[in-house]
Write a protein that binds this ligand. Structure first.
Ligand SMILES: *[C@@H]1O[C@H](CO)[C@@H](O)[C@H](O)[C@H]1NC(C)=O
Ligand SMILES: *[C@@H]1O[C@H](CO)[C@@H](O)[C@H](O)[C@H]1NC(C)=O
Ligand SMILES: *[C@@H]1O[C@H](CO)[C@@H](O)[C@H](O)[C@H]1NC(C)=O
Length: 436
């Protein structure tokens, strides 16, 4: 019995020992495998380091950004880490706002466009990103369209004690009222209303607190663009139909909202209209159409006396879905985008002045002249490109030369000659100092 028990115990122990041995071995094997894997990882270094390399190249490429050079480039505003979807100048001319899908709105100083460094102030769009941005008339606030929130959020610029700015979002966003894709937003220069327009032909006119004052159905089947005029009186839209429709937003003497009335139409294109723009006093408009032309209009009319705007010029140009147009504040130059290209025309002759090809790596999302007509700015990837408005300088010089021919007295002649000299030397200076 004892022997049997001993054998059994021995067997048991033996089994245990074997088990333990196996376990240890197994563990050892596992350890070996792990080690092997570790060594493997080290050994297989080439593919392992190869993998991150394309990423590095990509970031480097991103940093270097889209390569584009042209003698009219004044500067490139870099800072956004996402694609810029909208830009706007403040009406005091001091700032340019840009928003991107990196959840920030950046405010750039126009004053240092010509400097090497471009500092900017950054407003964060919490839990969302802004797809459109528009300054308020006092240049101390801006409104944004929220991509996820599908509505308007107001930001106020607050000056801190040390003189720097900070940004504060209004406690509540506007209510969601649009169903279709949003095209544009704006605040009237009069400070009396806000506009939002959707491709589904609805335009809402809001008060500054987020109450709808009126809604417009443009009846243009689908809309491609809508905007408030710089004078703050009109709202206009264009799209599938071959016209631009313009409404007046009317207020009473004490500032109370009255109504939205049809003002006038721009009729003459033979196909849908991609986009339009106003000169700063709204006396001129320019439209660009699928029919392959842009048209300049005199809109300084008394529409209440049934006067229609009249067509001043039709010029061939290339354009496509998403084309934008900008008119310099003095109406002398228009710029048209087509994909990632921009062309600039003299509006008084219709002559093509500049062709800027491949300005951005993506389709152009914003195209504006600054309020003094010195610069044309453009967005379409992570950077804003700033161009000298050389065609504007040339057109102004040409106009002064015409005036000089007609000048009656010597004092007038001398003044014009001086102005021409100054404008010419300003143009020579900007062209002689290419940056970047
Ligand atoms: C503009 O384009 C039309 C149609 O392609 C053409 O018939 C016309 O000659 C062009 N005009 C100019 C000035 O190039
Ligand atoms: C429009 O721009 C012109 C030329 O830059 C300027 O002289 C004029 O004062 C501006 N008018 C308005 C209403 O801003
Ligand atoms: C940004 O724009 C570039 C160029 O158009 C495009 O390739 C890229 O996909 C865009 N990025 C995002 C996040 O939309």
């Amino acid at each position: 019995m004892e022997l049997a028990a001993l054998v059994a115990l021995t067997l048991l122990l033996g089994a245990l020992i074997i088990l333990v041995a196996v376990a240890v071995r197994k563990h050892k094997v596992e350890t070996d495998i792990q080690e092997e894997q570790t060594t493997d990882r080290n050994v297989v270094k080439p593919p392992a380091t190869k993998k991150p390399r394309p990423e590095k190249q990509r970031t480097r490429k991103d940093k270097a950004q889209h390569s584009f050079s042209h003698p009219l480039v004044a500067s490139i505003l870099k800072g956004h880490s996402g694609n810029i979807t909208s830009i706007d100048f403040s009406s005091n001319g001091k700032y340019l706002a840009s928003c991107a899908d990196d959840r920030t709105v950046r405010i750039w100083s126009v004053k240092d466009f010509m400097d090497r460094e471009h500092k900017c102030l950054r407003a964060n769009v919490d839990l969302d990103h802004a797809t459109l941005v528009s300054f308020s008339p006092d240049s101390r606030a801006f409104i944004t369209w929220l991509s996820n929130g599908d509505t308007i959020r107001i930001f106020k610029m607050i000056k801190k004690e040390d003189g720097s700015f900070t940004f504060k979002a209004a406690p509540e966003d506007f209510p969601q009222k649009h169903k279709g894709a949003i095209l544009n937003i704006g605040i009237a220069e009069t400070g009396k209303f806000i506009m939002s327009a959707s491709s589904d032909t609805s335009i809402h006119i809001w008060d500054l607190k987020g109450e709808i004052l009126a809604s417009i159905n443009t009846n243009q089947i689908t809309n491609s663009y809508a905007a408030i005029s710089p004078c703050g009186r009109f709202v206009a839209s264009c799209g599938f139909t071959p016209d631009v429709k313009v409404w007046e937003v009317c207020f009473g003497k004490s500032g109370e909202f009255r109504e939205v009335t049809r003002a006038f139409d721009l009729k003459g294109h033979s196909a849908g209209v991609h986009s339009f723009a106003f000169s700063n006093n709204s006396h001129r408009m320019v439209s660009v159409s699928k029919d392959g032309t842009w048209k300049l209009w005199n809109t300084d009319v008394e529409y209440k006396k049934q006067q229609d705007p009249y067509l001043l010029r039709t010029v061939n140009c290339s354009s496509s879905e998403g084309s934008l147009v900008a008119l310099s504040p003095d109406g002398r130059v228009c710029a048209i985008s087509d994909g990632c290209d921009v062309t600039m025309f003299d509006t008084s002759t219709g002559q093509l002045e500049e062709e800027l090809r491949g300005v951005h790596s993506g389709e152009i999302t914003g195209l504006r002249f600054d309020i003094n007509g010195r610069f044309l700015v453009c967005s379409g990837d992570k950077a804003v490109r700033v161009f000298h408005n050389a065609p504007g300088y040339r057109a102004a010089i040409k106009d002064m030369q015409e005036m000089l021919k007609k000048a009656q007295n010597e004092a007038m002649k001398q003044r014009l000659q001086q102005q021409i000299k100054d404008a010419q030397s300003a143009l020579d200076t900007v062209l002689a100092n290419p940056t970047d």
